[in-house]
Design a protein around this ligand. Structure first.
Ligand SMILES: [Zn+2]
Ligand SMILES: [Zn+2]
Length: 323
């Protein structure tokens, strides 16, 4: 897949067949990036040892030219909330993911900004900044320029979610920068979350404004990742339900504009669309090429899975849901 400016794009692939198979699947469907979970995304427990397959995985990534690899942290993580026990577990989880990311060949650890759970925006941001400091502090790799980067993902804004606007993301990063954490942090924008938060990313002109705002308040060099997903929810609903590219309310024009934007050739793109384990990974990666070429989405969904039943299913382990 050739993307403008040599930018790279791939998908969050399931780990059901193991790490090496995920790398090989990425290459087989034309992906050049890969996002994974390092462990069960809905559990706190982390395996104590990195899987023995990790070394073979890293060498397959190199052979197949797949990367940057992102690890999506467990959904349970909330660095913004007032509950001390949950906060401590969240710090430990993020720290664990960062400490082990390079063993998976991962450049990025992606984490949701979290929810203040009623404590208010200012308290929530202060809490996130404390959490980021503790999760990143004094890791062995801190001085390594190739050290994994913690990438904060925007929220759709539901459930007291923080970081649903560029302004709020900038407040978090400003707080972290003041503690000297700047080099270890970057941002991921999820298109379905932008849409849920009210950004009209169906419109190229709105995307241009968003990119200008991001550059002014944060700096485009700190936009490391985009989760490229269509959404079945209403714009501004603060809800988040990912669907296949071109099948949702964002649609082709906006997704293509983000995928091809001349200011974003340094950004790595990852699909988090449903049915990755059922062959729809290939369909959505093929649709990336359709979007770049400005042609109709010729790659239809397999008939057995087409339609709303697939896109509205709720499978907690699927990357397409609430990711
Ligand atoms: Zn999402
Ligand atoms: Zn996402």
């Amino acid at each position: 897949m050739q993307l403008p400016g040599g930018r790279r794009a791939g998908a969050h692939l399931p780990m059901g067949f193991g790490l090496v198979r995920a790398a090989e699947r990425a290459a087989a469907i034309g992906a050049t990036t890969l996002q994974i979970f390092s462990d069960n995304p809905t559990a706190w427990r982390r395996r104590t040892e990195v899987p023995p397959e990790a070394a073979a995985f890293r060498s397959r990534l190199t052979d197949l030219d797949i990367g940057p690899v992102a690890i999506h942290a467990a959904y349970l993580v909330n660095l913004a909330g007032p509950d001390d026990a949950l906060f401590e577990k969240s710090v430990a989880m993020v720290r664990h993911e960062l400490a082990h990311a390079s063993e998976y060949g991962a450049r990025f650890v992606n984490v949701h900004t979290g929810s203040h759970r009623g404590s208010g925006l200012q308290a929530g941001i202060a809490r996130i900044v404390d959490g980021l400091e503790r999760a990143t502090g004094n890791l062995d790799s801190t001085d390594d320029p190739q050290a994994p980067i913690l990438v904060l993902e925007n929220s759709a804004g539901g459930g007291a979610g923080i970081g649903s606007t560029v302004e709020e993301l900038a407040m978090i990063l400003d707080g972290a920068d003041a503690r000297g954490l700047g080099r270890q942090l970057a941002v991921c924008l999820d298109t379905a979350h932008l849409w849920g938060a009210g950004y009209n990313v169906a419109e190229p002109a709105t995307i241009d404004d968003l990119i200008l705002d991001f550059d002014r308040l944060i700096g485009l060099n700190r936009l490391a990742m985009i989760h490229l997903n269509d959404s079945t929810c209403e714009r501004g609903s603060r809800h988040d339900r990912h669907t296949h590219l071109g099948d949702g309310m964002i649609g082709r024009a906006g997704l293509a504009h983000l995928l091809c934007h001349p200011s974003l050739s340094h950004v790595a793109y990852y699909l988090e669309t449903p049915g990755m384990e059922d062959g729809l990974d290939a369909v959505n990666v093929a649709r990336l090429t359709d979007l770049v070429l400005g042609r109709p989405l010729t790659t239809a969904l397999p008939t057995a899975t087409a339609g709303s039943s697939r896109t509205t299913s709720r499978k907690p382990r699927s990357a397409g849901e609430a990711a």
